[in-house]
Design a protein around this ligand. Structure first.
Ligand code: ATP
Length: 242
């Protein structure tokens, strides 16, 4: 479904990604884990076409994404939940969800999708008229996911969903993510700093460090490889997921 091949991205002279290649198959949950500054957000922003690579290609269902406008990428069915959620705190919960549907014109389907989000996240339905800033961190994360769902995506990226949340809330976020894959057939690419949660949820896991993929594959394979190669050698050849 998504193929990222030999991606290089720079911010001015700073090289953020140096030849990243990942593959995400339809219906799977793929995770990228890596420390601060590894290039995780840069990878996701490139997939959404917010950033343009200096080299490499990104294709979605065989169509080249890089070079497209970000709104056109959203129309193709790619949606993102940004790091830090970026919800509009003074707008109501429902208004935040409507922002997610801004690029759509199918009013009946928008209403149906909003009701489905209220079924998935009952707390959002209960508080639909309240300012989003009054929600807890976990509820705001649910709202950010709900807003991304309002674009009616087939593929969703989530940037550090665990950030600043208590372990119990993180469990709930991952339960929801798994449900979205199982019940709605959504394909997901999640990035995290900590590998613990990602290892449990991911069908395919990539380890990103210093702008390069160090390992990739089924989490069980990565777990074994990480144990036997700590610290992971920068010269290790990337293993692509099958
Ligand atoms: P974190 O876990 O802290 O979010 P990350 O893995 O998502 O980190 P990126 O945010 O992608 O990493 O950053 C990769 C590199 O690019 C880092 O060295 C960072 O300082 C740099 N960088 C990110 N955004 C910019 C920017 N707008 N301008 C200049 N450099 C940037």
């Amino acid at each position: 479904m998504l193929e990222v091949t030999d991606l290089h991205v720079q911010y001015g002279r700073l090289v953020a990604l140096r030849g990243v290649s990942i593959s995400v198959k339809e219906g799977e949950i793929a995770c990228i884990v890596g420390p601060n500054g590894a290039g995780k957000s840069t990878t996701l922003l490139s997939i959404s076409s917010v950033l343009q690579p200096t080299e490499g290609t990104i294709t979605f269902d065989g169509q080249t994404v890089n070079g497209m406008r970000a709104e056109d990428v959203a129309r193709m069915g790619i949606s993102q939940v940004p790091e830090g959620r970026h919800i509009f705190t003074s707008l109501s919960v429902e208004e935040n969800l409507q922002v997610g549907a801004a690029v759509r014109k199918d009013k009946g389907a928008i209403r149906k999708d909003m009701n489905r989000i209220f079924e998935t996240f009952p707390i959002l339905g209960e508080r639909r008229n309240q300012p989003a800033g009054k929600l807890s961190g976990g509820e705001q994360q649910m709202l950010a996911i709900g807003r991304a769902l309002m674009t009616n995506p087939r593929f969703m990226t989530i940037d550090e969903p665990s950030l600043g949340l208590a372990p119990k809330i993180v469990d709930r976020v991952y339960e929801v993510v798994t449900e979205l894959r199982e019940k709605q057939g959504l394909t997901l690419l999640i990035v995290e700093q900590s590998s613990e949660r990602a290892l449990k949820a991911a069908d395919t896991l990539y380890v990103l460090r210093n702008g390069a993929i160090q390992l990739g594959g089924r989490p069980r394979t990565c777990r074994t490889a990480r144990r036997s190669t700590r610290p992971i050698s920068a010269s290790r050849k990337t293993t692509r997921a099958r």
